[in-house]
Design a protein around this ligand. Structure first.
Ligand SMILES: Nc1ncnc2c1ncn2[C@@H]1O[C@H](COP(=O)(O)OP(=O)(O)OP(=O)(O)O)[C@@H](O)[C@H]1O
Ligand SMILES: [Mg+2]
Length: 257
């Protein structure tokens, strides 16, 4: 067992609507510097679980959360926790790139400007370092003032990553970040993830088992059990994929590869 405390501790998390339970008794520890994957069938609750980690579910009416998530030991759900600070520390990348109708530069600074008091020079430095970190700098350095909408989808997804990185989050949540991308852009993002994990902890939802094998250190398998999503198995990626203990996971893997 690791002696380092986990960066994220999900404790008996339960998510429900007024009509039904979506996630039951989710308990997981995620450690600093790892890429933690969530896999499982469609509708199992992977996105719901991911959004619970930085309280994005708060924005969806009619979802109720019980249990807790601890970020470096601090409760994400405590009454006096500042949600904005949590969402600054835990960034998110979605399936489709979310681009604002402005320049490349302003897209990178969109979150950073709101949460940090940056001067003009600091902004410029921040834009360059975030774009370098997301491997987009060389492609856009001469057109920072041009509209972001002119970029390809693969570039837009790296721009979204740069925007997330510009606020220097401790954890990055990614919900199927490559499912809208072609193989080349997917490979670029996967390569980036492996580089980013030296400085960030990443939690990624993926349907792609080959991708899970390539980039994640640990995995949790979420599936519906008695009408609600549960973690049926979790552990080191290699062991979980090569010797699944749970028969539902074994069946899922057989049909996914
Ligand atoms: N805001 C909401 N209100 C009511 N039900 C919801 C809400 N969000 C999600 N659900 C339900 O929760 C269940 C889990 O959905 P979720 O999107 O988390 O699954 P998923 O594992 O991410 O699926 P996929 O692999 O298709 O993305 C689904 O039955 C969905 O209909
Ligand atoms: Mg989903």
């Amino acid at each position: 067992m690791s002696e380092v405390p986990p960066i994220l501790q999900i404790q008996k998390l339960e998510v429900r609507t007024h009509a039904r339970l979506l996630l039951r008794n989710i308990t997981l520890s995620i450690f600093e510097g790892e890429i933690f994957g969530l896999i499982g069938p469609s509708g199992a609750g992977k996105s719901t679980l991911l959004r619970s980690l930085n309280r994005l579910n708060d924005l969806l009416p009619g979802l109720y959360v019980k249990g807790d998530v601890l970020l470096r030991g601090q409760s994400v759900y405590a009454r006096d926790t500042d949600v904005n600070s949590i969402r600054t520390r835990i960034g998110m990348l979605f399936q489709q790139p979310v681009i604002f109708p402005t320049t490349i530069r302003e897209n990178v600074l969109f979150g950073a400007k709101r949460v940090l008091a940056l001067g003009k020079v600091e902004q410029t430095v921040r834009v360059e370092s975030a774009l370098r970190e997301s491997s987009l700098w060389d492609e856009v350095k001469d057109r920072l003032q041009q509209p972001a909408s002119a970029l390809s989808v693969g570039q837009q997804q790296r721009l979204c990553l740069a925007r997330a990185l510009a606020v220097q989050p401790e954890v990055l949540l990614m919900d199927e970040p490559t499912s809208a991308l072609d193989p080349r852009s997917t490979a670029a993002i996967e390569e980036l993830l492996l580089r980013l994990k030296t400085r960030h902890t990443i939690v990624i939802v993926t349907h792609n088992i080959t991708q899970a094998r390539r980039v994640t250190n640990s995995l949790a398998f979420v599936a519906i059990q008695d009408g609600a999503g549960e973690i049926l198995e979790h552990g080191a990626t290699k062991a979980l994929l090569s010797a699944p203990k749970n028969p539902i996971l074994a069946d899922y893997l057989t049909h996914s590869s």
